[in-house]
Design a protein around this ligand. Structure first.
Ligand SMILES: [Zn+2]
Length: 204
């Protein structure tokens, strides 16, 4: 039995992957294409990570979620876009359900998700993670566990952990809305967070 990491190509899940590798758990990885605007960049980052760690990346397509939040096609042209919520209703719940199906079928007993301290959506809360973990304990023939090893870790510290666990932040993708293919917008919440952390670290 092993660990399945929900690998989005972003820093948090990449660090979760690195943590599992360093712990000798030889994780497998699952990327979910739910129609996110940066799907090409995220999948490229996830694939590159898996290639480096010699792990296969499974990809599942669940496109068709409602066109709101991150999936709102008007978000990109909204001049106040950085303040617009990217919350996509129950997205993580959907990702975990897909991961549970995949994990049981591939004989993994643990699912790892990369929520961190700054994530304040309903389906990234500590209560949600604990409750989802309890649900997975009874939802499948073989009980599954859900872990979120970075849930109480601030983004700034996640950057430090990345180095510790063999992840180069540059090989991950953060931006929600690439300006052009492969180029971050520089305005969305993850772009701003990344710039802040990188500038803070540069001053040290
Ligand atoms: Zn961006």
């Amino acid at each position: 039995m092993g660990e399945l990491v929900l690998l989005s190509g972003g820093l948090d899940s990449a660090v979760c992957f690195g943590m599992a590798v360093c712990a000798g758990r030889m994780p497998s990885a699952l990327f979910v294409d739910y129609g996110q605007p940066a799907v090409a960049e995220e999948m490229h980052a996830a694939r590159s990570l898996c290639k480096r760690f010699e792990t296969e990346l499974a990809v599942v397509n669940i496109r068709g979620l409602p066109s709101v939040g991150l999936l709102d096609p008007n978000y990109r042209s909204n001049p106040s876009g950085v303040r617009h919520s990217a919350y996509t209703p129950a997205r993580n719940l959907a990702l975990i359900a897909v991961a549970a199906s995949h994990a049981e079928a591939t004989k993994n007993d643990t699912i790892s998700i990369g929520a961190c301290a700054e994530d304040n959506y309903p389906d990234t809360s500590e209560t949600f993670i604990a409750t989802a973990n309890a649900l997975l304990g009874i939802a499948t023939n073989k009980p599954l566990s859900l872990i979120a090893p970075l849930r109480s870790v601030e983004k700034r510290k996640v950057y430090k952990l990345a180095v510790k666990y063999g992840i180069d932040p540059k090989e991950t993708w953060s931006c929600y809305y690439p300006k052009t293919a492969g180029n971050p917008c520089g305005r969305c919440t993850p772009c701003l967070a990344r710039r802040f952390v990188e500038s803070t670290e540069a001053e040290r």
